[in-house]
Design a protein around this ligand. Sequence first.
Ligand code: GAR
Length: 187
Amino acid sequence: MVKKNACIFISGFGSNLKSLIHKSRDPVFPIKIKLIISNNAKAVGILHAKKNSIPYLIINTKKRTYENLIFKEIKKNKISIICLAGYMKIIPKNFIDKVNKKIINIHPSLLPKFKGLNTFERVLKKSEKKTGCTVHFVNSMLDSGKTIVQKSFYINQNDNLKTLKEKTQKLEHLAYPEAIIKIFRYR
Ligand code: GAR
C-alpha cells in the first residue's frame, strides 16, 4: 500500500496525535505522518514528535511569514492531508484556498452543536442527553465543514467536566483514525 503523507497540527497535549502515530504504524493504515506543526513551543504533544523521530516545526502565527513557511514545508514533504488535532487557531480562508489539500479537524461535540471553545462546560450547562465528537472537513467557517465521522455517548447524572472530557477523548481516539480510513478507502 502506498501511504499518503500527512501533516498533523497541534497546540497542546497531543493525545490525538499520539493515537494517530500509533495507528500509522499499521501497514494498512492509509497515512504516514511526515510532519508535525505546533503553534505553541510548549505543547506537550511535541514530545511525541521527538520520541517517534518525526520532524516538527514550531510556528509563530503572529509573524506574517508563517503561512509561507507552512506552504514550503507542505510542498517539500508532498503532504496530501492536513489533520488538525487540538490545533486551537482558526485556519484562514486564504490558507485553505491556497494550500489546496484536504484539511480535517476533530471537535469535542456533536456538531453542529457547540461549535467553538469551552465545549464541555456548555454541554453540561445545557443538560444535554448525549455528547461526543466529530471529525469533519475544514472550510472557511468555524467547525462547519462536512462531517466524516461522529461518535456519541449518553451523559449520566454523575458526569462532570473531567469525566466528559475523558469519555469524549476516548471516542476521539477511535473516531480520528476511522475518519482517515474512510477518506482514503476508495482512492
Ligand atoms: C481534543 O479534545 C479536540 O477535540 C479539541 O482539543 C482537544 C485536543 O486534545 N479540539 C478543539 O476543541 C478544536 N476546536 P489532544 O491535544 O490531547 O489531542
